[in-house]
Design a protein around this ligand. Structure first.
Ligand code: SIN
Length: 526
């Protein structure tokens, strides 16, 4: 029996743990908060995929939409592999107990931006929560999976210190309950830590999305790729001052329309039509249902031109009962702010949503180094990985699909070539380290970091803004490093260190780019 450590408890980590366990391996899942504090749990829209293996036309259309949304930068081999495996993996989810919405004997399918057909399975507007429920229940009833909540991965342990090519033999992690560091030996480590939306002031991501897995793998010698492509979701609710609440694109799939202030004024007296239409029509004939990069940029530009804090999503021309039946989570959230679906214009604005770039991996999810060689004993799956599926802009609802397909592929790869050679791992060096006396500088640095990313590395960029961000990140990195070298690690120090590193990768990749593609939009390159 080999031992695999999985970091993260979203769809990718949980699904892989079940596969590895079925094959007789011991699995330890470490997760920073509660298992359900994952981006998966917050996913609303659904999982795209064609269930019927004989539906070649349907699969070709899914492949075409994915590639077109990726603005020419998708890896077609990977897209084909994921789309073709979709049916089997969705059936796996069904057999694990995920309850997708049905319509008679068939699944009820929805549509989102960039999809030319209805092909998204969903569980009302809380698909991720349903997937997370079924997977955590299955994990809880598995014998050889131990799930450790409140445990934060800090750094990977290299087999030979300073030689990434020799691979990984374990991980140091911090128990957030006891404050103690622990070294865990592993035959393989699977990173499934999700993204880094916490880099921006407005994000749809949970608080755990601080780029931890990406940062620790990069420090151990893994390569990142396509980091400039960070996806902003066009429609996060602008109400209340807490975490922006996502308004799923599926609502636009049902006919919701984006208007600016002037459009809304006209709409109060005339119906939608040639005279009253969405400002997004100026960016794409698909208007409010164009791909996410296009719609988010259109919203951002419109807000900058008019000085408004938000645009509006209108749904009052749609069937209210249907909306309230299909989007109960959104309706209940809106009600907290005195708003209602099918009645009120909803104030929305873009928010940081999904890391399209990530750790470079091969077709089996094995982490790669910058020379293209595999890093032994290290896999990356889900949002933290860049497989080539999403190109320069991810097609809506392809992320849960990619995560489950690659979780399966990585698990299968390990199962077919298991290593069984647990080695002794060194303790975390703690001599000479002090308790962190003041947390205030960390909080200030985090605020500066988020402001920098929001102002200078957002939806629309320029070389001078990116250069400014780089200077600020260099300074922050030095400050954090100084504290890191002399302090006993705490959660906020570890997260800040990771966030600064990931921000640097995003900014440097953006500075290198000579053309605008998908989510990377530099106004100096227009
Ligand atoms: C949404 O429901 O709009 C988000 C789905 C996704 O990010 O793919």
């Amino acid at each position: 029996m080999s031992r695999v450590v999985i970091i993260g408890s979203g769809i990718a980590g949980l699904f892989a743990s079940l596969r590895l366990n079925e094959a007789g391996h011991e699995v330890i899942i470490i997760t920073k908060q509660r298992p359900k504090d994952s981006s998966t749990n917050w996913a609303q829209g659904g999982i795209a995929g064609i269930l019927d293996k004989t539906d070649g036309k349907g699969m070709e259309a899914h492949i075409k939409d994915t590639i077109s949304s990726g603005d020419g930068l998708c890896n077609e081999e990977i897209v084909r592999c994921v789309v073709e495996e979709a049916g089997d993996r969705i059936r796996d989810l069904l057999s694990i107990g995920v309850d997708f919405e049905k319509e008679g004997d068939d699944f009820h399918l929805v549509k989102e931006g960039g999809h030319s057909a209805r092909r998204i399975l969903h569980a009302k507007d809380a698909t991720g929560a349903e997937i997370e429920r079924a997977l955590t229940e299955a994990v809880a009833s598995s014998e050889n999976i131990s799930l450790r909540p409140h445990t934060l991965g800090v750094d990977l342990i290299q087999t030979v210190h300073g030689e990434p090519g020799k691979g990984i033999k374990g991980i140091w992690c911090l128990s957030l309950d006891t404050g103690k560091m622990e070294a865990i030996a592993a035959d393989a480590v699977l990173i499934a830590t999700g993204g880094c939306g916490q880099l921006w002031e407005r994000t749809t991501n949970p608080s755990v999305a601080t780029g931890d897995g990406l940062a620790m793998a990069v420090r151990a010698g893994a390569a990142s790729t396509d980091m400039a492509f960070f996806q902003f979701h066009p429609t996060a609710l602008m109400a209340g001052n807490k975490i922006p609440f996502l308004i799923t694109e599926a609502l636009r799939g049902e006919g919701g329309v984006l208007l600016d202030n002037a459009g809304l004024e006209k709409y109060r007296t005339s119906p939608l039509g040639p005279d009253v239409h969405s400002f997004t029509l100026e960016s794409s004939p698909d208007a409010s249902l164009a791909t996410r990069d296009v719609v988010a940029r259109a919203c951002d530009q419109r807000m900058k031109i008019t000085g408004a804090d938000n645009v509006w999503l209108i749904t009052d021309h749609l069937d209210k009962d249907e909306l309230r039946k299909n989007f109960p989570t959104i309706e209940s959230k809106l009600n907290q702010f005195g708003l209602s679906l099918g009645r009120d214009p909803l104030p929305v604005a873009p928010a940081a949503h999904y890391m399209v770039g990530g750790l470079s991996v091969d077709i089996d999810g094995r982490a790669l180094m910058s020379n293209g060689e595999v890093m032994k004993g290290l896999y990356a799956i889900g949002e933290v990985a860049c497989t080539g599926m999403h190109g320069a802009n991810r097609l809506a609802s392809n992320s849960l699909l990619e995560a489950v397909v690659f979780a399966n592929r990585a698990a299968d790869h390990f199962i077919s070539q298991p290593s069984n050679d647990l080695q002794e791992v060194p303790k975390w060096r703690a001599e000479g380290m002090q308790e962190l006396e003041e947390h205030a500088p960390l909080i200030r640095d985090l605020e500066t970091l988020r402001k920098t990313m929001t102002d200078d590395v957002g939806i629309v960029r320029s070389f001078s803004r990116l250069e400014r961000a780089k200077r600020m990140l260099t300074l922050l990195s030095k400050e954090v490093d100084l504290i890191w070298r002399r302090s006993i690690p705490t959660r906020d120090l570890i997260e800040l260190r990771n966030l600064v590193l990931v921000a640097t990768h995003i900014t440097e990749d953006a500075l290198k780019r000579k053309e605008n593609r998908g989510l990377h939009w530099n106004k100096d390159l227009i």
